[in-house]
Write a protein that binds this ligand. Structure first.
Ligand SMILES: NC(=O)c1ccc[n+]([C@@H]2O[C@H](COP(=O)([O-])OP(=O)(O)OC[C@H]3O[C@@H](n4cnc5c(N)ncnc54)[C@H](O)[C@@H]3O)[C@@H](O)[C@H]2O)c1
Length: 302
């Protein structure tokens, strides 16, 4: 008995890395899987792996950020596999460069694949579930780069922070329809992050001796859980997932306020008083390296 027996799930960008691990895990848990992938050969290989292991999978080739692809991949699930229960928006790319040197093409490519790549399949899936009165689960893929802020990734971070906001908002809009929407911020060694997570480290003392903390497949079980009805009470949340750890992030919260006695501020008066916000909170005035706040860093577990 698997957690997803009889269910059907879509994973975008399932041809390699995290998406491949997620597709295989969903299949192991009993789901029939639509492998979404822009790279046909990579997608075919994952479909073969799933079917060789006794599971069911079909390939849907295309760019997840195209509206027609979003509609088509949902249609593939329903027409070829009979239903749709979960959507994992995973596909992504990097075009890292500091803003001053970033070309419009690098900006647009990253924003499109991530943000439209979440909008297009989610729009189609949510409307399918609402039209048929069915419940469903959406897993979005954000990143600590967006919610904490990583140097050199203004395009990617803006898209990923947008995805975290997207999950929180679409979750509210669809809660009463029995549709959950959550986001993960994964961290793992893949083609995308070879440099950062290349080194193999193990888990804490007492764990499996050959546990590979940054292995991409470590992220997949939590995604399978979020795709299952066992997670139906959880929505609009952002989780960190890596190794054997799952973290719960609190979204932006207001830390301090200044008020002006019921009258409009003047810029001069603000110049005198804005410092109170920083005095109250202890926050520095200069930009911070948000990634320094990672609990699980790239080279060590803390
Ligand atoms: N690896 C990490 O540590 C990490 C950290 C934070 C977030 N993420 C996110 O996780 C997701 C998966 O990343 P990964 O590390 O597995 O990368 P990856 O490069 O190994 O795999 C990404 C897959 O998505 C596919 N893809 C790219 N653009 C596509 C498109 N437009 N339509 C369909 N498929 C497309 C690629 O062909 C590839 O197979 C991405 O959204 C990434 O931003 C990864």
């Amino acid at each position: 008995m698997g957690l997803l027996d009889g269910k059907v799930a879509i994973v975008t960008g399932a041809g390699r890395g995290l998406g491949r691990g997620e597709a295989l895990e969903l299949a192991r848990e009993g789901a029939a899987v639509v492998v979404g992938e822009v790279d046909r050969a990579a997608g075919e290989a994952v479909v073969e792996e799933i079917t060789a292991a006794g599971g069911t999978a079909v390939l849907h080739v295309g760019d997840c950020s195209e509206i027609e692809h979003g509609q088509g991949i949902v249609r593939t699930a329903v027409e070829q596999l009979g239903r749709l229960d979960a959507l994992v928006n995973n596909a992504g790319i990097l075009r890292d460069r500091t803003l001053a040197k970033m070309t419009p093409e690098e900006w647009d490519a990253v924003i499109k694949v991530h943000l439209r790549g979440h909008y297009a399949p989610t729009h189609a899936a949510v409307n399918h579930w609402r039209d048929t009165g069915s419940s469903g689960h959406v897993v979005c893929t954000a990143s600590t780069s967006g919610i904490l802020g990583n140097f050199g990734q203004s395009n990617y971070g803006a898209a990923k922070a947008g995805i975290a906001a997207f999950a929180q908002i679409v979750a509210q809009e669809n809660w009463k329809h029995g549709i959950t929407v959550n986001a993960i911020c994964p961290a793992a060694r893949t083609r995308m992050t070879e440099g950062a997570y290349g080194e193999r480290i193990s888990g804490p003392a007492g764990g499996e001796p050959d546990f590979d903390f940054w292995h991409p497949d470590n992220v997949a079980p939590f995604v399978a859980f979020l795709c299952s009805d066992a997670s139906s009470a959880i929505s609009g949340k952002v989780f960190g997932v890596q190794g054997d750890a799952v973290e719960l992030y609190r979204p932006f919260t207001s830390e301090a306020a200044i008020e002006n006695g019921g009258t409009r501020w003047t810029a001069e008066r603000l110049a005198e008083r804005v410092g109170e916000l920083f005095d109250t909170t202890g926050m520095p005035l200069a930009p911070e390296n948000g990634m320094a706040r990672l609990r699980y860093s790239m080279t060590q577990r803390s």
